[in-house]
Design a protein around this ligand. Structure first.
Ligand code: GTP
Ligand code: MG
Length: 257
């Protein structure tokens, strides 16, 4: 009997983030070379793509230019997940159930985040983007802290893709980074207060835990390195009058292969 190689064994990246941030646009661009018109996603979708020949995989770093294996196609899977608040269980469930998970691409609409911290975060996309990201990072942290082996689980690197930088209202990646860190600190506080009022009878709540370092210090993505979750924020755009700018995201993917 002929059996196709199971596609699940391919290196896999989860594409996750708030609704409307551009996940499906990004995945169709990576798949077909041009983004397709999208609808709100209602279920996860795995798509097989190939690393562009111009992007080097980390595993090929020491190969000579003449090495014929360099010319081989480097396939990988992208799993597009729905960002709608009621459908986020799909994304969160995939975090622990994806074989050969190489990383997470968290797509944020950088134009939905205000540039001043004085504006109310709940009116913008910031609160939503930070809350979802907080929950994902907490799952990854828990995966590390509950791991059986003393070495802990493999790295799960996270790329925060600051998308829609073609729009002039978009927040540049370094500012998006500090805005998210600040807002995640706030989410952490709110969750901790929720735990107190929920009382000790709520085992589920006890289980949730505190993201990053304890104490008074504010949350920083850097703190995630201690649980094998390196986080990087990189800007780009899928659409735009001057065409897409996604090379740095491909470079990040290549560096994890
Ligand atoms: P859900 O499926 O609901 O989770 O949303 P999604 O993250 O898949 O968003 P989607 O790819 O459907 O894009 C939402 C909208 O953003 C679409 O109208 C896209 O055309 C638009 N969009 C995506 N990327 C960009 C970009 O880089 N720049 C601009 N200007 N618009 C973008
Ligand atoms: Mg979608």
């Amino acid at each position: 009997i002929f059996r196709a190689k199971t596609p699940t064994s391919l290196p896999t990246f989860l594409v996750i983030g708030p609704s409307g941030s551009g996940k499906t646009s990004l995945v169709t661009l990576f798949e077909k070379g041009a983004p397709s018109p999208t609808h709100l996603s209602q279920s996860p979708l795995s798509v097989r793509v190939s690393l562009p020949s111009t992007t080097k995989a980390a595993s090929s770093k020491y190969r000579s230019e003449n090495d014929p294996t360099l010319k081989l196609e480097k396939p990988l899977l992208l799993v597009d997940t729905p960002g709608h608040g009621k459908l986020r269980h799909f994304g969160l469930e995939h975090l622990n159930a994806t074989p050969n998970l190489k990383g997470i691409i968290y797509v944020v609409d950088a134009a939905s985040i205000p540039s001043s911290s004085t504006g109310s975060s709940s009116e913008s996309g910031l609160a939503d983007a930070a809350e979802y990201l907080h929950d994902i990072l907490l799952v990854l942290q828990k995966r590390y802290t509950t791991a059986k082996s003393s070495k802990g689980p493999k790295d799960v690197p996270v790329l925060i893709a600051a998308n829609k930088l073609d729009l002039f209202t978009a927040l540049p990646a370094p500012l998006l980074k500090t805005s998210l860190e600040k807002e995640i600190s706030r989410v952490r506080e709110t969750r901790a207060k929720g735990l107190l009022t929920a009382g000790s009878g709520d085992a589920d709540a006890d289980d949730r835990g505190w993201l990053g370092e304890g104490g008074e210090s504010k949350f920083e993505f850097r703190q995630m390195e201690e649980v094998n979750v390196p986080v990087q924020v990189v800007g780009g755009n899928v659409l735009g009058s001057e065409g897409p700018d996604v090379d740095k995201w491909w470079d990040w993917i290549g560096s994890k292969l």
